[in-house]
Design a binder for this molecule. Structure first.
Ligand code: AR6
Length: 187
């Protein structure tokens, strides 16, 4: 897993690799509102973690979200067989009309996932680039929205020590690094 850069006094790490291998307290899943699994990073997380994750998602659906998890919200399960201890499942927006609303929903995914991690006393969280695969959000725009949301959260809440942004391809990482809105670099 290759580390590319750090921002915000080292609290944000940009990496290249497969998020299912990340050794952090929580990895974030780019799920859909059914919470029943899917393709992309969602499929990879359920495969790597095993059936326990789906069992917990089903319980959470029936107890709290019979109609599905709304876009922008987040829930937490254990991580099954993965190195991480927990999975935070969030639902990104499907890109399309209503750019401002989509950006607000994408920012909410990052904010709500970080808040849930902090409330659960988890100090390190790894994110994939939510919505930038099947859901079609351009990486250039997602880079700005996600970095702003992360910086704002970390500025006002000191409980999370490390946020890793894990990109699956070098090309995606490069687009992120050209378009992010982090205000301070460190290393
Ligand atoms: N590690 C890190 N990043 C990954 C991995 C991985 N193992 N696999 C894919 N990515 P996507 P979305 C990147 O499509 O756009 C699912 O079917 C990928 O290159 O996984 O939010 C769900 O069930 C891309 O940059 O999520 C939903 O129905 C990013 O992860 C829908 O897709 C997100 O791509 C969600 O779509």
């Amino acid at each position: 897993m290759e580390e590319l850069r750090r921002f915000l006094d080292g609290r944000v790490v940009i990496k290249l690799g497969d998020i299912t291998k990340e050794d952090v307290e929580a990895i974030v899943n780019a799920a859909n509102s059914s919470l029943m699994g899917g393709g992309g990073v969602d499929g990879a997380i359920h495969r790597a973690g095993g059936p326990q994750i789906l069992r917990e998602c089903k319980e959470i659906r029936s107890a709290h979200y019979p109609d599905g998890l709304p876009t922008g919200q987040a829930i937490i399960t254990t991580a099954g067989k993965m190195a991480a201890r927990h999975v935070i499942h969030t639902v990104g927006p499907v890109y399309g009309q209503g750019g401002r609303e989509k950006a607000e929903q994408l920012a909410a995914c990052y904010r709500n996932s970080l808040f849930l991690a902090a409330e659960s006393k988890l100090k390190s969280v790894a994110f994939p680039a939510i919505s930038t695969g099947v859901y079609g959000y351009p990486m250039e725009e997602a880079a700005q929205v996600s970095s702003r949301a992360i910086e704002r959260f970390l500025g006002s809440d000191k409980r999370i020590e490390e946020v890793r942004l894990v990109f699956f391809s070098r090309q995606d990482a490069d687009i992120f690094l050209k378009n992010h809105a982090f205000t301070s670099h460190s290393q």
